[in-house]
Ligand binder design. Sequence first.
Ligand code: SF4
Ligand code: SF4
Ligand code: FES
Length: 229
Amino acid sequence: MGLINVTINNQTIAVEEGTTILEAAKKLDIRIPTLCYLNLEHVKTVNGSASCRVCVVEIEGRRNLAPSCATPVSEGMVVRTNTLRCIKARRLVVELLLSNHPTDCLICEKNLNCELQSLAAELDIRRIKFHGVRATHEKDISSKAIIRNMDKCILCRRCETMCNEVQTVHVYSAVNRGFDTFIAPALNLPMDKSICTFCGQCVSVCPTAALTVVNEARDGGHGKNGSCS
Ligand code: SF4
Ligand code: SF4
Ligand code: FES
């Protein structure tokens, strides 16, 4: 495989063909914020859904911003990761996600441990800019191990990658399209009727509280009485 020269924020590096801008930036110690991206190096699996567009960058000569996690470098490519345009685009993405997300961080299971929350803080988002119809779903508290709260799902598809490609159990897939899309076991069955083995790996990669483990003390019986929402 040949080497490709790419310049990111005025620093040039030679990387292997097929390397993404995000990976090349990492080699230069340049951090690009991400949300859906997940690199499970130990099992050689990447969640490359490129669904969130948080990682967008500017490429010289291209009109549109590009998702750095899914864009391979090409010879002589010149990239900027921190322009005002990139930052504004990232903010817009997160503001739109927040407009369809419950705003109960203080009593959320993932408070202070949520990637969406940290990203909003990093981008200095201090208000919900867009108010509209929110997608709402019944919380799945059927299992003794995992709670599914699709109101908090950001459709990153990490759980699908983990369950389908790594664990090879194939529990999850997307149901419906567009605004009505959500992630569910086949036939939209509740977790306790699905083929889930309750290994918990999907919960460990979920960036928000869309998938959480049942905590008997807190949830008082599968989330039925507790403050989790
Ligand atoms: S807990 Fe169930 S749904 Fe989650 S990764 Fe394991 S088998 Fe798949
Ligand atoms: S349930 Fe979690 S991991 Fe799965 S798509 Fe939604 S936010 Fe991502
Ligand atoms: S992190 Fe690149 S598109 Fe989501």
